[in-house]
Design a binder for this molecule. Structure first.
Ligand code: 5GP
Ligand code: ZN
Length: 117
């Protein structure tokens, strides 16, 4: 069955292969690709193939798919770093969300400070 999509969504186009991205790994349900503006040695975005606007909507609509995102985030950190990682879901414009197709930022590969704001 075709994935849920939203017109003119950048990450729908990336997961469909219609916009190029440096894909790290993918499964039937999620795609992991490098952030175009990395903020850490490893900065990978994990997005479900289905379009959901943010992590709260994903959790409500398809919790198993959210688990797939987390599982793939761990696999990315295992393969590209030491297995330790931060997983960030910016949720809402005030939190810095700019692409409204849910994606977890996998941040890894360095000893990370904690400066949430
Ligand atoms: P947000 O701010 O929504 O949490 O995260 C969006 C992220 O997507 C940003 O870190 C930004 O650098 C990244 N980004 C925006 N456009 C593109 C793109 O065309 N390709 C890739 N690989 N990353 C993008
Ligand atoms: Zn989308």
């Amino acid at each position: 069955t075709a994935p849920l999509t939203s017109p003119d969504c950048l990450f729908c186009k990336i997961v469909a292969g219609e916009v190029p991205a440096e894909v790290v790994t993918s499964t039937d349900t999620v795609v992991a690709f490098r952030d175009i503006a990395p903020q850490a040695p490893v900065h990978v975005l994990v997005a479900p193939r289905d379009h959901h606007a943010d992590v709260a909507q994903l959790a409500a609509a398809d919790p198993a798919l959210l688990a797939d995102v987390v599982r793939t985030a761990n696999e990315v950190a295992e393969s590209m770093a030491d297995g330790q990682f931060r997983l960030i879901f910016n949720t809402g414009t005030h939190a810095g969300q700019s692409v409204f197709h849910v994606h977890g930022h996998v941040i890894a590969g360095a000893s990370l400070g904690w400066t949430p704001a």
